[in-house]
Design a protein around this ligand. Structure first.
Ligand code: MG
Length: 399
């Protein structure tokens, strides 16, 4: 058996460990390369699942940002018969920022959902850590700040989003971005892809949450139904790979087996294929540039398989158009689109608006904001709050 020296050990912090990315990351770590050690996990409110994770995976540190129930208080005081292997500490974003910047952590898996994950991801980029980035909002909202921070600190941002991981993998072997004609992001089309356009406004919450190929959280599954997820991914790709929006194409690929492609200047196209399983891009973000055995299943080559693709219909998916526009304008637009979408998805999940109203609301909020080309982090966070309020104002004025 290979001996592993201390200098080879990489300490991993998984932020948002009880979410779908966090759970997959824990599974990868527990079955994968022994050179990776679990330094810390953090959660917000799913405390029962968090307790199970501590017992199963024995992290060195555990942080909960939403400690407010009796069980959590017992953990803090150490009584109540708790058998936890480490103390759960009540936490805040500031405390998580200190954690990711500390020498105890080499790799940060950014699995916190939404704007709540921005500051910790940015802190990891500033501190020169490897950032396994699942929180696409960090780049959508503050792509310029993130990429500048990584450039000056030497941080490695390795995407976990399956499409961006695919592009990242296709660009290995020393390929330069100047050799890229365009990238082609694949999209499953979401759970409603075969519905007639005039029926989309009737989609219920459960219709929108029944994704055909990916098992994900509620917010991102709704984003998949509206294709806002792909819109955010266009913006994410622009920052991550330093591309012009014209160099980003989207194609429908219902099987979710080709996770994205890169077309080079000579017309050759490289794609990355694997079964739809988030454990694979998570593992690659940890082990890159090495490839090690994975818990993901292999493609079954004994079965006939179709790989289809077809063009996207912007009339069916107006959110996509917003994605291209925001990628073009940059500045404050990403923060506003993201906030308006987060707030609108919440309203949809509360049964207060129709699914098709999400893109309409986002368009209105975006068109009404005061654009700035190079905002600071505090301006972006203020705009995020403004965007949420603006959506509330929209729904109130409608009632
Ligand atoms: Mg994706």
């Amino acid at each position: 058996m290979e001996t592993i020296s201390l200098s080879q050990i990489r300490n991993v912090a998984i932020l948002g460990s009880t979410g779908s990315i966090g759970r997959a990351a824990l599974e990868v770590l527990s079955k994968g390369d022994p050179r990776f050690r679990l330094a810390a996990i953090s959660c917000h409110t799913q405390l029962d699942r968090f307790e199970e994770q501590i017992q199963t995976y024995s992290p060195k540190f555990a942080f909960a940002t939403g400690l407010f129930n009796e069980q959590a208080k017992r953990w803090q005081s150490g009584d109540g018969g708790s058998t936890l292997s480490c103390t759960v500490r009540e936490s805040s974003t500031d405390r998580l920022v200190s954690l990711v910047q500390s020498p105890e952590v080499d790799i940060v898996v950014a699995g916190i959902v939404g704007i709540a994950g921005l500051e910790t991801a940015l802190a990891a980029a500033q501190a020169g850590k490897r950032l396994a980035l699942a929180n696409k909002e960090s780049l959508v909202v503050s792509g310029s700040l993130m990429m500048e921070a990584a450039k000056s600190s030497g941080a490695e941002i390795v995407p976990v989003d399956s499409e961006h991981s695919a592009v990242f993998q296709c660009l290995q072997a020393g390929r330069e971005i100047s050799e890229v004609k365009r990238i082609i992001l694949t999209a499953s089309g979401g759970p409603l892809r075969d519905w007639p356009i005039d029926k989309l406004s009737e989609a219920t919450i459960s219709d929108a949450l029944s994704h055909p190929t990916w098992k994900m959280g509620r917010k991102i599954t709704v984003d998949s139904a509206t294709m806002m997820n792909k819109a955010l991914e266009i913006i994410e790709a622009k920052w991550l790979f330093d591309l012009e929006p014209e160099q980003i194409a989207v194609v429908l690929h219902p099987q979710s087996i080709i996770h994205s492609m890169v077309e080079f200047n000579d017309g050759s196209i490289l794609g990355q294929m694997s079964p739809p399983d988030m454990r694979l891009p998570i593992q690659y973000a940890l082990t890159y540039p090495n490839r090690v055995q994975s818990p993901s299943p292999s493609l079954d080559w004994t079965q006939p398989t179709h790989l289809d693709w077809k063009p996207v219909d912007l009339e069916r998916y107006p959110a996509l158009q917003l994605g291209f526009e925001v990628a073009k304008r940059g500045g404050t637009c990403g923060a506003v689109l993201n906030a308006a979408n987060e707030a609108s998805v919440e309203l949809f999940l509360d049964n207060k608006i129709k699914l098709t109203e999400i893109a309409t609301i986002c368009r209105q909020v975006l068109d009404h904001h005061h654009f700035s080309p190079s905002p600071t982090l505090s301006e972006l966070l203020a705009l995020d709050r403004w965007g949420h309020k603006e959506v509330q104002r929209w729904i109130t004025s409608k009632c």
